[in-house]
Design a protein around this ligand. Structure first.
Ligand SMILES: [Zn+2]
Length: 507
């Protein structure tokens, strides 16, 4: 739709009292879409930063109609309509009043609206995502990944620490290159207008945007030996990336009294330091969540009829949303509906998508109603043959589990792709178990190895989590409850973060 504001403005110049406005040009904003950047003029009128309504109409395909008698502007976008008072700082969005910092102002034939009109009104009615960032004078339109990044540099004895706060949490990788440490983000660009080092240290001489618009470069001195990067929950939902830079001497960091002898630079290409057995650079690009069972296979059944497949799918969806919100990592489900999916097919979803982590969600059953608590499994290799033989002979539903109860999961040897990830899976399982233990009741045998068919073919660190026992009446209620499902999802994300931060390998 074409903007009609010019025609109405022309018709109304005689009717509208000229405003005794004090106005001046302000620094333009930058409109960022997935494909392009362009400036958007702003003016300061009576102390308020404003955009021309014409400009917004072109940008967001608005139609604007003025009703002078009602002292209002009717602004339509798609099927939505906003009524904006020309005399008061008020807009009606879908019948709900929204306040603005100032009433619209008219200059010549053009109406101006406060910049907050975009975030408070247009963002509410637009089908496209609109994100106005006043401090950095950005207007993001559509699916633009442009996290805000702030940095702090500290000297800690012989070490240095660079802390980056990133919001929203965005996938990233930290790597060491000649003369610098680079943090690359899975983003279109970075919103970091003030990015620079607040101080310099023995190891850090500066911080600035990298060669690409998606990276931050930390300039380092030749004394840098290695670094260690960890992610922590930051303030206000941000991710805090803590990069500890270590001098070349591997002396204990507590004894920096003697001057460090200068060692020759490492001859080999820059490499990530030994961060336990974590994935390279600590970057998690894709996580696959496997809601156990589905379709014809309902899994365990609670005493009140709750089906395991219902619980696992609900928690999986919640976990996906929680990971995406907190870590900014891509999450795939092996199935997102009530479908029958083979165990090998579940592993294939993870393998084909080159996932970095695999989490299979289940809920247990036991013949003893008192048995309760969450459990975390990773693949056990020892005794695999014996267990497999038992599985062949035993009915599928009757395999006994140490600590009580039964498992219904098929146990059959397969390609053993998981074999080379056992150590990492063990660290992942420890991290998840520790995180769950902080928040939910655990089984007496909370961390176990088992020859689980769904994990065998998975080509990445993988765990299977039994969220609780459906045959325990109290746990059955909990597993159905929104708040408990949220707690489980938060705990599992904590576990992922612990693993990524290396905490899983230190217990
Ligand atoms: Zn199950």
């Amino acid at each position: 739709m074409k903007p009609l504001v010019a025609a109405f403005a022309a018709a109304l110049c005689l009717l509208t009292v000229a405003l005794p406005a004090q106005q001046s040009a302000a620094l333009p904003y930058t409109v960022v879409t997935r494909d392009a950047k362009r400036p958007l003029a702003a003016r300061t009128i009576n102390g308020q930063e404003m955009f021309a309504l014409d400009d917004l109409a072109r940008l967001f395909n608005l139609s604007v109609r003025e009703d002078a008698a009602a002292a209002s502007l009717t602004i339509s976008a798609g099927g939505q309509t906003v009524l904006l008072s020309t005399q008061q700082p008020l807009a009606s969005v879908g019948g709900r009043m929204t306040s603005l910092p100032a009433a619209p102002a008219r200059e010549g034939r053009t109406w101006y609206v406060p910049v907050d009109f975009v975030s408070r009104v247009l963002a509410a009615i637009s089908a496209t995502k609109i994100d106005l960032r006043k401090p950095s004078r950005l207007l993001l339109v559509g699916d633009v990944r442009m996290p805000r990044v702030a940095v702090r540099v500290e000297g800690l004895g012989a070490q240095s620490r660079v802390t980056l706060d990133v919001a929203p949490p965005t996938g990233h990788a930290v790597s060491q290159e000649p003369g610098r440490v680079v943090v690359r983000f899975e983003a279109d660009a970075l919103d970091a207008p003030d990015l620079r080092a607040n101080t310099t240290t023995d190891l850090v001489t500066g911080v600035h945007l990298g060669d690409t618009a998606q990276s931050v470069a930390i300039d380092v001195t030749p004394r840098l030996g290695s670094f260690r990067a960890t992610d922590q929950p930051g303030p206000a939902g941000a991710t805090r990336i803590v990069i500890d830079l270590l001098p070349q001497t591997e002396a204990a960091p507590q004894t920096p009294q003697t001057p460090q002898p200068q060692q020759p630079a490492r001859p080999q290409a820059p490499d990530t330091p030994p961060l336990l057995d974590l994935p390279p650079a600590g970057g998690l690009r894709t996580i696959v969540i496997d809601p156990g069972h589905g379709g014809d296979d309902s899994g365990a059944r609670g005493t009140q009829g709750t089906l395991e497949k219902t619980v696992t799918l609900a928690v999986a969806r919640r976990l996906k949303a929680t990971i995406e919100a907190r870590l900014g990592t891509r999450v795939l489900l092996t199935h997102d509906g009530d479908q029958t999916v083979g165990l090998d097919q579940r592993a294939a979803v993870a393998n084909n998508n080159k996932a970095d982590l695999f989490i299979s969600l289940h809920a247990s059953a036991s013949v003893r109603p008192a048995v309760a608590g969450a459990q975390v499994f990773y693949l056990g290799l020892e005794g695999y043959g014996e267990a497999a033989q038992r599985a062949v002979q035993a009915p599928r539903d009757a395999l006994p589990v140490l600590g009580g109860g039964t498992r219904e999961i098929e146990i059959i040897p397969w390609e053993m792709a998981q074999a080379r990830y056992i150590d990492q899976s063990a660290a992942f399982a420890r991290a998840v178990e520790a995180a769950l233990r902080d928040r939910v009741p655990m089984s007496p045998r909370a961390l176990q190895q088992a020859p689980l068919r769904v994990l065998v073919g998975v080509n990445m660190p993988a765990v299977l989590v039994e969220l609780g026992f459906l045959t325990n009446a109290q746990q059955e209620q909990q597993l159905l409850a929104d708040d408990h499902q949220s707690v489980l999802a938060q705990a599992l994300v904590d576990g992922i973060m612990r693993y990524r931060a290396g905490a899983g390998g230190t217990r």
